[in-house]
Ligand binder design. Structure first.
Ligand SMILES: [Zn+2]
Length: 115
């Protein structure tokens, strides 16, 4: 399951931030989880205690923020949030030539540290 590998990556990134700041402890990390990333926050929460065990993040809180999908229409150059009811088309011009610019990735948004 890829949640575990994403978790390991987020944890090592957060540990690096903590180290750079000379922090002894991390109290919380906030992770952006894109709606189309294929990652389920449920599993992130489930595997987090095991993934963080023995690291500087052990005992720190995890918060996952679900990031909605945002698209950029290449026909009218506007950004929009695709919805199923509109068949994911651009609401400004009805165009279908769009690319996803947000909501695809899993990223570390914030690390709360204690020094
Ligand atoms: Zn458009």
């Amino acid at each position: 399951m890829h949640e575990m590998s994403y978790l390991m990556r987020m944890i090592s990134m957060a540990a690096e931030v903590a180290e750079k700041n000379g922090a002894k402890k991390v109290t919380k990390i906030v992770v952006d989880v894109g709606k189309t990333s294929g990652v389920m926050p449920y599993y992130m929460y489930k595997y987090y205690p095991e993934a963080s065990k023995g690291t500087v993040l052990e005992g720190a809180e995890l918060e996952c923020l679900e990031i909605p999908v945002k698209a950029f229409c290449e026909e009218c150059n506007k950004e929009y949030y695709p919805v199923r009811e509109n068949r994911y088309l651009c609401p400004h011009c009805g165009g279908r030539k769009a690319r996803i610019i947000e909501g695809r990735d899993v990223a570390l948004r914030n690390v709360v540290i204690e020094d």
